[in-house]
Design a protein around this ligand. Sequence first.
Ligand SMILES: [Zn+2]
Length: 280
Amino acid sequence: MSGKLQRVNAFTVDLEDWFQGLTSTNPQVDKWQSFESRVVSATQSLLDLLRSYQVQATFFVLGYVADQFPALIEAIRADGHEIGVHGYYHRFVSRSTPDEFARDLERSIQAVKRISGETPLGYRAPYFSINGGTPWVFDILQAQGLRYDSSVFPARSTLYGFPEAPRFPHPVNGHSLMEFPLSTVRLGGINWPIAGGFYLRTLPYSFVHRGISRLNRQGQPAILYIHPWELDLGQRYNRVTLRERITHYHGRRRLEGKLHRLLTDFRFGPLCSLLSEYED
Ligand SMILES: [Zn+2]
């Protein structure tokens, strides 16, 4: 026995540059070219890490990044990872009209298809911004050929969250789509995010380990997410707001060590490998 629990969990990556994910710099698309792009080197480090554990992940690619760096997307595919989509301009779904969302999504799918020749199966909303106010989103995802969504964050946070949503993977009511919510543990009647981004950077590893073990004992996969910029210790943060300094930068130094431990202690795969468990 390797000591690893046998349940396969999902390792997912939201592929974007640091300034595309920050709410302060995201709207300034005309200035994006003036920011230092660091997504290629940060992603290559992450690919090296995943390769050393022979783990395949799902990369939810921002369409803008796919158009700018097609060779990076090819490199991700060459390592056997799944390519999903993360929209084109990293806009809040909850602040878009259905038409705006549909256009942005289609543009991101086309950007990925030009490289892979394949329609992606999965979607992750920028800022996890699918909630009770965006019921139309699933019609559009299905109409554009997607098979699953992994955007629902069933907890409360400052920027996003859908605390009343189901915590575990489930078919989307009335659609031929699966939803893979980001992982939480339930303690004291509250859902606590454990497996990604700020939470993974900030929480002690023992807490994350207990949380994922608990999910796996319940037969549930953990759905983990990270961003390449979270592993990029060389980036300076002179442009960001105080909130962003915490949500985007706190705990970065400890993240890589935590990922090594997670990849040692648990099994991981791409979300597409979980899809067949749930689809009829
Ligand atoms: Zn993102």
